[in-house]
Write a protein that binds this ligand. Structure first.
Ligand SMILES: [Zn+2]
Ligand SMILES: [Zn+2]
Length: 201
């Protein structure tokens, strides 16, 4: 019988050349066969551990996702009011970006706010009324409590007497809930985006 071609022992710790005697013989000796069996077991164990780790990672991901959802669900209403107000104010500031401060008529470097004519504290129903909110410098908004004496004539000039009267008239207080604030937030984010797109075009 022809001698079988030599091959390398499959044991990682051996790797010696040997001449197989039997078909399918991959190790040079009994010790190496044991070693290979052990290596195989270790490999299988590593594979099992890899799979298990992957499963744990996915489980952790799902858990974190659910936790984030739950955190969102228990967020106080105030959080959503702030988010909606932020989106609304961003829109107002951008809408009036070329205009001076509504109260002092100044253009200046520095921060601008979205200043409500009728305050959100006393008139929460006018919180998201676009006639009620205009670009205002921080000095007027923060230090002069809105500088309303000068805000008023400028506002009448800007929106007209009829709209001003409507603004001053009675308004229902909508029973806004969490989802309403989320909707208002998304609406104003979209409006701002649309406005920016128009400007860019
Ligand atoms: Zn060997
Ligand atoms: Zn001002």
């Amino acid at each position: 019988m022809a001698k079988k071609p030599r091959r390398k022992c499959a044991s990682q710790s051996c790797r010696e050349w040997f001449h197989p005697i039997r078909d399918g013989q991959v190790v040079c000796c009994y010790e190496c066969a044991t070693a290979v069996a052990k290596e195989q077991t270790a490999k299988n164990r590593a594979e099992v551990m890899r799979t298990e780790k992957k499963r744990q990672r996915e489980e952790e991901k799902t858990r974190r996702h659910r936790q984030a959802e739950r955190r969102q669900a228990v967020k106080p209403l105030n959080y959503f009011i702030r988010q909606a107000q932020q989106a609304f104010n961003d829109f107002i500031r951008y809408r009036d970006r070329h205009l001076p401060c509504i109260s002092c008529d100044r253009h200046h470097e520095g921060q601008y706010h979205a200043g409500h004519f009728r305050t959100t504290g006393a008139n929460p129903e006018l919180r998201f009324n676009e006639d009620n909110c205009h670009k205002q410098c921080s000095a007027c908004n923060n230090h002069l409590s809105g500088n309303l004496i000068n805000y008023r004539p400028a506002l009448i000039q800007k929106i007209g007497q009829a709209r001003f009267d409507a603004l001053m008239g009675p308004h229902d207080l909508p029973k806004w809930k969490r989802d309403d604030y989320i909707q208002i937030r998304d609406e104003y984010r979209a409006k701002l985006k649309e406005l920016k797109k128009q400007v860019a075009a």
